[in-house]
Design a protein around this ligand. Structure first.
Ligand SMILES: [Zn+2]
Length: 328
């Protein structure tokens, strides 16, 4: 998902940062807003290995690798692969299968892996009630009940798998421990959403893999446990990190992908924006093209309280990608 605004940004905005300090491993020092600094970082750190991954960083963003944003080349590669995957499917199943996206409901089985250091809440032991609330948040968001376009998707919790393993806690993005965790725990086919919850490395709120033609064990979303509804991640504890990461898992880019130029996020009804939006900057309009910035879109970086919608174009992109990559 997004980068949380850093301490300096919040102080400048007059927002109390007491609770925020608890979330920070290192207070950011400097005059450059974290957003700009880390967006720059993303460009520098983007590697081919990040092509199918997307992350969201916590306040204070000390992450060395921030794979949130894709390069233009990575977007071209992914979009070309989507076209190729649709063509492949049409050859296999007939043109109907890859034809116009249909809005029939797809119910996605969800397997939640709670990664814990020990049995304490600080050690990752979040209650089942937060997980069922998260599933409700996903269903509300993807049905359009929160104010956006309805999508084809519904979510059904299959199981909660609690794993106590200090070697996997926190979950470190891109580490061999992450690979070993997912290789050991991942269940189901391409249509099964595996969600890993725990404390995360590098101030991350979450990360997700984009769909690929060939399933691998890394497939899934990783979400900060305390970002679930009623968690302790101030401003990010209504479950929309989960909503955002699942959006990537269903092939959505950030609304600010590509900035003001080109095809942006490859969705025509999300107005272009030059950079991520933070907090809830009502009226923000960073591109000369039509439309104010989509700060209420789940695929931006604003506070959970600010984001409540997907667009019809995003809904179409998701079901098209589902048919290409994840449908049986
Ligand atoms: Zn993201």
């Amino acid at each position: 998902m997004g980068l949380r605004p850093n301490l300096l940004t919040r102080r400048a905005a007059g927002v109390a940062s007491t609770t925020l300090a608890l979330l920070l491993s290192t207070a950011a020092v400097g005059v450059t807003p974290a957003a700009a600094a880390l967006a720059g970082h993303a460009e520098e750190c983007a590697t081919p290995a990040d092509t199918h991954t997307d992350a969201k960083v916590k306040a204070g963003g000390t992450a060395k690798h921030d794979p949130n944003e894709l390069t233009a080349a990575q977007v071209r590669e992914r979009d070309a692969d989507l076209v190729a995957a649709l063509r492949e499917r049409a050859l296999r199943n007939g043109p109907e299968a890859a034809g116009p996206a249909t809005m029939a409901t797809v119910t996605i089985p969800v397997i939640v892996h709670v990664i814990q250091r020990d049995s304490t809440r600080a050690g990752g032991n979040i209650p089942d009630s937060m997980i069922t609330s998260q599933i409700n948040v996903l269903n509300q968001a993807y049905s359009g009940a929160t104010g956006g376009a309805p999508t084809a998707f519904a979510f059904q919790l299959q199981s909660i798998n609690r794993v106590t393993n200090p070697a996997w806690y926190p979950i470190v993005y891109g580490s061999s421990a992450e690979r070993s965790m997912k290789t050991s725990l991942r269940q189901g086919g391409k249509n099964v959403l595996n969600m890993y919850l725990g404390e995360l490395s590098d101030d991350l709120l979450g990360w997700a893999t984009f769909p690929k033609r060939k399933l691998d064990s890394m497939d899934g979303v990783v979400v900060l446990g305390e970002s679930l509804p009623s968690g302790t991640a101030t401003n990010y504890n209504q479950g929309d990190t989960g909503t955002h990461e699942v959006g990537h898992w269903l092939n959505l880019y950030h609304t600010f992908q590509g900035g003001c130029s080109g095809s942006g996020d490859s969705v025509s009804d999300t107005p272009a924006e030059s950079s991520p939006a933070y907090q809830c900057p009502t009226g923000r309009d960073t591109c000369s093209t039509a439309g104010a910035d989509p700060i209420h879109n789940f695929m931006d970086y604003t506070y959970d309280s600010c984001m409540y919608e997907f667009t019809a174009g995003q809904a179409a992109r998701m079901i098209t990608a589902w048919n290409a990559y994840r449908a049986a």
